[in-house]
Design a protein around this ligand. Sequence first.
Ligand code: PMP
Length: 402
Amino acid sequence: MAQFRRARRLDPIEVSEILTIGAKAAEMKREGAPVIILGAGEPDFDTPEHIKEAAAAAMRAGETKYTALGGTLALRQAIQAKFQRDNGLDYALDEIVAGTGAKEILFDAFMASLNPGDEVIVPTPYWTSYSDIIRIAGGEPVLVPCGDDTGFRLTADRLEAAITPRTRWLLLNSPSNPAGVGYSAADYQPLLEVLLRHPDVWLMADDMYEHITYGSFEFATPAQVEPRLKDRVLTVNGVSKAYAMTGWRLGYAGGPKALIDAMKVVQSQSTSHPSSISQAAAVAALNGPQAVLAERRDSFQARRDLVVEALNAMEGITCPVPEGAFYTFANCAGLLGKRTPEGQVLETDADFCAYLLDQHHVAVVPGRAFGISPYFRISYATSEAELREALSRIGGAVAALR
Ligand code: PMP
């Protein structure tokens, strides 16, 4: 039998625990267990009708051919208008690139900028893909723990301490996956001041959850907060979360032309460009009516309140109130050392999550998958009825511990 030899570049990459848990939960479901999956990072809503219509119209009009590298003129104009409208940021058309999801944008940016051993500072907890994309691109993620003691936010001191002569990037995500933490303009300011003192460190701002924010929190983005940094900031965004378009695979960024050009070199030899049909859909999303954003935000906020209140009522769990995104990231330190009715002592957050899935049929993701313990993430992008049932099971599971 032929032996497949995997490239060494994949050696440091692990299969994401989110995927492993998702696969196990799906398998249990297929076998008939009533599993509720609170793992997926995607809105349960459907893509708005006018966006689907625009895609269908584009297909009928023959927009089914290769497009320009980095996106069509119409799409880059829509992105340019979005940055002006929402963020007060002026990017020229050649300072904008669209890709196959924000994931491709991050991938292209790191591939285009990292040499072996170059470091990227990633506050932890972080979206699991960050560290692996950085490693695939040959870089070293420098994980800086930021637990609930700092409200899951990076502090200026910790940033300063993490910077070395090898640091190329700081990667920030607000509102964040998995903690739902938002950096206001005031939260950003001390960090951006540190960067002003380190002219070789660039900043990648992952704004994917920009439109999913709650209460009085006001979204801000670094290039807008500190214009003196704009020439070394990549502002990353996409339509996946805002417009419930995860499957369309369309993300984008604005940044300095030299970086954007290098990213296009990577794109030119991988995807060429995002799907022409998804590009037409994204034009409709960005240029079309925006009322849908507020409607969905209200609905997410009601679910957030439901989840946070229920979790905080459980002994041994504390859950800060997220400013955005559709995740809660609760501390479960108070449960460790306790014994399940089956006689197992919970030693880690992963033990607790396995107990929830195996005995109570609720799939959530341990903090470990996001680089910090002991926590667990709930994705509340699902119906209120399902959330209520899941929370009642989690409550029962916690109450059964001794
Ligand atoms: N950034 C963050 C923080 C995310 O959570 C995700 C999706 N899970 C992405 C980027 C990538 O989104 P997409 O590739 O669908 O645009």
